[in-house]
Write a protein that binds this ligand. Structure first.
Ligand SMILES: Nc1nc2c(c(=O)[nH]1)N[C@H]1C(S)=C(S)[C@@H](COP(=O)(O)OP(=O)(O)OC[C@H]3O[C@@H](n4cnc5c(=O)[nH]c(N)nc54)[C@H](O)[C@@H]3O)O[C@H]1N2
Ligand SMILES: Nc1nc2c(c(=O)[nH]1)N[C@H]1C(S)=C(S)[C@@H](COP(=O)(O)OP(=O)(O)OC[C@H]3O[C@@H](n4cnc5c(=O)[nH]c(N)nc54)[C@H](O)[C@@H]3O)O[C@H]1N2
Ligand code: SF4
Ligand SMILES: [Mo]
Length: 681
């Protein structure tokens, strides 16, 4: 007889600001339904076109449900099934050998945010790799640059609560495609609009969000800093400055005033390709339509001046005193709110690495690191989990070359046979969010979600934490901290949170006051509590101490006429990064990859709609269908990000073309400072 359905409360683990609450219905040990949790105050009962089909992802026939060992050439995707014992023994033997011959630093972990869960994203791995004395991964594909950029001005990465956007009268969505990437914030923006707010989008692409806004300002990519400087010029010239706020809570105003004296709207217009009059009006509206919220996410960090963008943006609300108002300030990702309450440091165990030096290498330079024979020692063992770098990291062709090395031993933990997993020597099967316990901190709202496992792991899949425990045992390690169980790991990091309420409701709000105005009365993160227009420490890094526009080395402003600037944005409602593009109901419904270009650029190259064209630069080449669009300005082209090799005519993907130059600071990478040429085929 069938048992009656059970329900389990969970939270979406995807690298998405919304961290939606969900309810999973389980019948006879299988999930039969997954719906949004209507009680969740941010996601309010809705999921999204990706996760509405999550149950199909979990039960997909292509799921990896047991370990695999490679049988064909690297990258061929030819594997045989293996037992856990055999696969673990092989990894242990190889890793011992690499360490004996080359030292611990020849082992490199590479991990991204495939799951954002507290313990499944990163916990025991930190102890495991410390014990090995492995290289440390630094840098970030996403997010860190925003925080480090803001922190140079504000002394901390704190920002406004995004939900307070409902109180704004002017909403400036600056480099964020809210309706696609942060869809559950949109209703709060609509609420502001019902109360009379004006919505402005600043984006080089006329996105679906720009189409739904009142105004769309379309600067050339990577030029916003000039636009912001001209706004400051207008604010100061027209005395729209909140002098009380500036005097009480900032330093360096006199230098800023002098610095922007010649940064006129006319000056910025020549850089950004935006009319001087539009810049004037924007500046005046920003100062006078109150409260005014600047909402930003990740798009603008992917430039050589990625951190400077956010450092400069942070100056705007200082000048107008916008932080004093509910619905004012800057709303970026809100990770900083959770810091006092969720203690990630409990996962470290640096004593396990005692006596060993551990170098740091950027995760963004995976290709360079794997192919650099001068590294001492070179990388001989690579572990990848929670990411698909062959598709998501710039310089993909170099990464492939690195992964093809016969003297590299590569281990991947995955749910699916991704482009990256195809290069592994051993693949381990990973559970999904319905199969393991976790806590999810959101970077888009102040709600922390609980995730109760709804079902047993499918096949022989294991949570990441269990993989590290099994590997530690196979390596012969005995330190108890390598074997801590999941509930204990969660408990040790969340001692200040009401876990009972979280488990009962599926979420809790971080215990911060409802009207959380981080800088209403100053309190910036420097010893004097004041924000800084002049950042002396940037000088040591060879960077300007005042907010400054600098053209990218590889970017439109520095290019000749045959070159086009390539953006590789998130476009598809049914993808998140490279996840789902290979699944039925997702990639097939989105069609196929393409290149968008303006009519003017197409005509110059005698390209017609739907023609097959070659998009290329020194790094790689893609064959794509052309889409002629008026969403882009001449000089700027776009290829959607997230498609796998199998969706392209060649092995290459969008990231075969992109630049791996690092951001000015903050450890990010300049995907969007990429120039390409396009020719008809
Ligand atoms: N459907 C869907 N949702 C997602 C994701 C997904 O892949 N698919 N990914 C998730 C992840 S990991 C993240 S980080 C977030 C990202 O969320 P967002 O930051 O909102 O998304 P992006 O597409 O990275 O960039 C936002 C916008 O920045 C614009 N942009 C690029 N360069 C510039 C510039 O120089 N100036 C200005 N003003 N704008 C610029 C792009 O055209 C783009 O429209 O989305 C998350 N949500
Ligand atoms: N050109 C270009 N490149 C970009 C971007 C862009 O806009 N343009 N955006 C960048 C951004 S913002 C981001 S965040 C990155 C994202 O890059 P990645 O973090 O590499 O994201 P995904 O491609 O989604 O890969 C996540 C993988 O983790 C796996 N996974 C999920 N859960 C688990 C788990 O519990 N355990 C294990 N072992 N695996 C799991 C999934 O199956 C999936 O294959 O891409 C970046 N790359
Ligand atoms: S991917 Fe984002 S929008 Fe979709 S369910 Fe997960 S958190 Fe919500
Ligand atoms: Mo991201």
């Amino acid at each position: 007889m069938a048992s009656s359905p059970l329900t389990f409360l969970g939270t979406c683990h995807h690298d998405c600001p919304d961290s939606c609450g969900w309810v999973a219905t389980v019948e006879d040990g299988a999930v039969t339904k997954l719906r949004g949790n209507p009680a969740h105050p941010f996601s309010r009962g809705e999921l999204c076109p990706k996760v509405n089909r999550f149950v199909d992802r979990v039960y997909n026939p292509d799921r990896l449900l047991g370990p695999r060992i490679r049988t064909g050439p690297k990258g061929s995707g030819e594997f045989r099934d293996a037992s856990w014992d055999e696969a673990l023994a092989m990894v242990a033997e190889q890793v011992h050998e690499v360490i004996a011959e080359h030292g611990g630093e020849a082992v490199m972990p590479w991990q991204s945010a495939g799951t954002q869960g507290l313990i499944q994203m990163s916990s025991l791995d930190q102890r495991f790799f410390a014990k090995l004395g492995a290289t440390r991964q630094t840098g970030s594909l996403c997010g860190a640059t925003v925080g480090w950029g803001m922190a140079v001005t504000n002394g901390s990465a704190m920002g406004a609560d995004p939900m307070d956007i409902a109180h704004s009268q002017l909403v400036i969505l600056w480099g964020t495609n809210t309706r696609l990437t942060n869809r559950h914030l949109w209703p709060f923006i609509e609420k502001a609009r019902e109360r009379g707010a004006q919505i402005v989008v600043i984006d080089p692409i006329r996105t679906i969000t720009a189409e739904a806004a009142d105004d769309h300002i379309q600067p050339l990519p990577g030029t916003d800093i000039a636009l912001m400087l001209a706004m400051m010029h207008v604010l100061i010239r027209d005395d729209l400055v909140d002098h009380d706020y500036v005097e009480s809570h900032t330093t360096g105003y006199a230098e800023l005033e002098q610095h922007v004296a010649d940064k006129t709207p006319e000056w910025a217009a020549t850089i950004c390709g935006v009319d001087a009059a539009t810049i004037e009006a924007l500046a005046r509206d920003y100062a006078t339509v109150r409260p005014a919220m600047l909402r930003t996410l990740i798009g603008p960090e992917h430039y050589e001046s990625g951190a400077m963008f956010f450092r400069t943006m942070a100056c705007l609300p200082l000048l107008t005193g916008s932080w004093k108002e509910l619905g004012g300030g800057v709303a970026k990702s809100v990770g900083a709110y959770a810091e006092p309450f969720v203690d990630h440091s409990v996962f470290r165990a640096d004593h396990l690495a005692e006596g060993k030096t551990r170098r740091s290498l950027s995760m963004n330079h995976l290709g360079r690191n794997l192919t650099d024979a001068t590294l001492a020692p070179p990388i001989h063992a690579l572990f990848v989990w929670g990411g698909n770098p062959v598709v998501t990291v710039p310089g993909a062709e170099l990464i492939r070359r690195g992964l093809e090395r016969e003297d590299l031993f590569c281990v991947v933990s995955e749910q699916f046979m991704t482009d990256t997993a195809r290069y592994a020597d051993v693949v381990f099967p990973a559970t999904t969010q319905l199969e393991h316990a976790d806590v999810v901190e959101s970077w888009g709202s102040l709600y922390v979600g609980w995730n109760e496992p709804a079902i047993q792991p499918l096949g022989e899949a294991v949570p990441n934490t269990e993989l590290w425990r099994r590997l530690a045992k196979a390596m012969g390690f005995t330190e108890p901290e390598l074997f801590e169980d999941d509930q204990s790991l969660i408990a040790s990091a969340t001692t200040t949170l009401d876990m009972e309420a979280m488990k009962r409701d599926g979420f809790i709000r971080l215990p911060v006051s409802k009207e959380s105005l981080p800088f209403a009365e100053g309190g910036f993160g420097f010893p004097d509590g004041k924000a800084r227009f002049v950042a002396a420490e940037l000088k040591d890094q060879g960077l300007p101490t005042l907010p400054t526009y600098r053209p990218s080395k590889e970017g439109l402003a520095s290019s000749d006429n045959d070159k086009l600037q390539l953006l590789t944005p998130k476009v598809h409602r049914r993808f998140i990064n490279s996840s789902y593009s290979g699944l039925a109901g997702h990639g097939d419904r989105e069609g196929a990859p393409y290149v968008e270009l303006s009519r003017a650029d197409a005509t110059r190259r005698t390209i017609e709609e739907d023609d097959l064209v070659r998009v290329f630069n020194d790094r790689g080449s893609l064959e794509l269908r052309a889409r002629i669009t008026d969403r882009l300005r001449p000089g700027v082209v776009a290829v959607p990000f997230g498609w796998w090799s199998e969706h392209h005519d060649s092995q290459s993907t969008a990231n075969s073309l992109t630049s791996d130059t690092l951001t000015d600071w903050g450890g990010g990478v300049a995907y969007s400072d990429t120039l390409v040429e396009i020719s008809p085929l």
